[in-house]
Design a binder for this molecule. Structure first.
Ligand SMILES: [Zn+2]
Length: 382
């Protein structure tokens, strides 16, 4: 990894490099923003650069050399100055207070731990996930305290990175707060979170807040092509659904998005037939909801929404440059001329409303039925 390999986030990259170059590194950072946008990647890169033995000054800032012993340890996430904290299983109970969190685990769990670290080192966008672990426990924070006392001297800078800090138990959060209240020299603690609102305000106020923005579609699309071998056309479709998150985009890779979009277009076609539409629409809805997968219904509605936005843009500008469904240009053009001068923005709003209802747990069948009726009214009878 280098800064370059982290998608987007230029503002944050500059801010961090500036802090390093000016030796104005705070004791604690909180990197916050939605999931899958590179908060962990930024934290890891920061830790590597501040520990590199021969960092390189560049026009843009400062880079790790990638060759020194320290950089190599950082790249494999095995650096003695870099401590990672994330939800771990409770491990064996009993009188094992002396044991470290890792020592309490079973052999299989230890294996899983190292596997997760390896995955994270290869891909900092990987979300570390241990079985039976959904909280950062106090044992991890106690252990951190001990480590910080032991590692006060030595080269480089000790960096503690707490992934998903919002998953600390109350006990752990209170202990962590104490650690933050007694800053150690040459130590920087970075917490990352997508749920800043559930972190103790007293913790937040001791950290320099760094907001990480959602990624733009072009960056996500390019990354999918370069890193995941996705064809350009698919990549731009997927990135449109990812809502600024690279990891969400990757999750979509397994889904048959193209096929789903065909379904969405067919569904739209069926619901806008002037007559005899009921049977066909009912069969679409049945197909869509039979797996009881709300996410699938949401995806379909999102596809219709993007379609409607394209129609709206195209009808306004007549240009195809910014169309998401550019590969379906001809169908889109036909659709637009088939339903001229309709209120496409209103149609988009209706679809947004449907998506919201679905998220509020309204039954998918109901949501779909209402969407059909609303869109029919708008396109056929207004
Ligand atoms: Zn180096």
């Amino acid at each position: 990894m280098t800064w370059k390999k982290i998608l987007g986030q230029n503002r944050v990259k500059n801010l961090l490099q500036k802090a390093i170059m000016e030796s104005k590194i705070p004791h604690a950072y909180c990197f916050w923003g939605q999931e899958g946008i590179g908060k962990d990647a930024l934290a890891i890169e920061f830790a590597k650069v501040v520990n590199c033995r021969s960092p390189i000054r560049t026009e843009a800032g400062i880079e790790a050399c990638e060759n020194c012993h320290s950089c190599k340890s950082s790249n494999s996430l095995q650096h003695r100055n870099i401590h990672l904290i994330f939800p771990m299983p409770a491990g064996k109970s009993g009188d094992t207070k002396k044991d470290t969190v890792l020592e309490k685990l079973t052999e299989d769990q230890v294996e899983e731990y190292y596997e997760q670290i390896k995955l994270k080192s290869e891909n900092p966008y990987h979300k570390i996930s241990m079985s039976n672990a959904n909280q950062i426990r106090i044992a991890s924070i106690r252990e951190l305290k001990k480590k910080l006392v032991l590692t006060s001297s030595g080269e480089g800078r000790v960096c503690v990175i707490v992934f998903r800090a919002d998953e600390m138990t109350t006990e752990a959060a209170n202990a962590f707060l104490k650690t933050l209240e007694e800053p150690h020299e040459n130590v920087t603690i970075i917490i990352t979170t997508s749920r800043q609102d559930v972190i103790l305000p007293t913790i937040l106020s001791r950290c320099q807040q760094v907001r990480c923005e959602p990624l733009n579609n072009a960056d996500i699309s390019q990354a999918l092509q370069d890193r995941n071998n996705v064809a350009k056309q698919d990549a731009s479709l997927i990135s449109a659904f990812a809502q600024g998150s690279y990891t969400r985009a990757v999750e979509f890779l397994g889904e048959a998005l193209q096929e789903m979009r065909e379904n969405a277009i067919e569904f739209l076609r069926a619901m806008l037939k002037k007559k005899v539409y009921r049977i066909e629409v009912a069969s679409h809805i049945e197909q869509l909801t039979k797996k009881h997968d709300r996410r699938e219904t949401e995806l379909l509605l999102s596809m219709l929404l993007l379609w409607m936005r394209d129609v709206s843009n195209f009808s306004k500008t007549g240009k195809k440059d910014n169309l998401i469904n550019i590969d379906k240009y001809e169908i889109l053009q036909k659709f637009t001329s088939g339903y001229p001068a309709k209120d496409y923005i209103k149609a988009s709003e209706m679809l947004e409303k449907s998506i919201n209802q679905l998220r509020k747990n309204v039954a998918p069948q109901l949501v779909l039925m209402r969407t059909v009726l609303d869109l029919r009214r708008l396109f056929l009878f207004s």
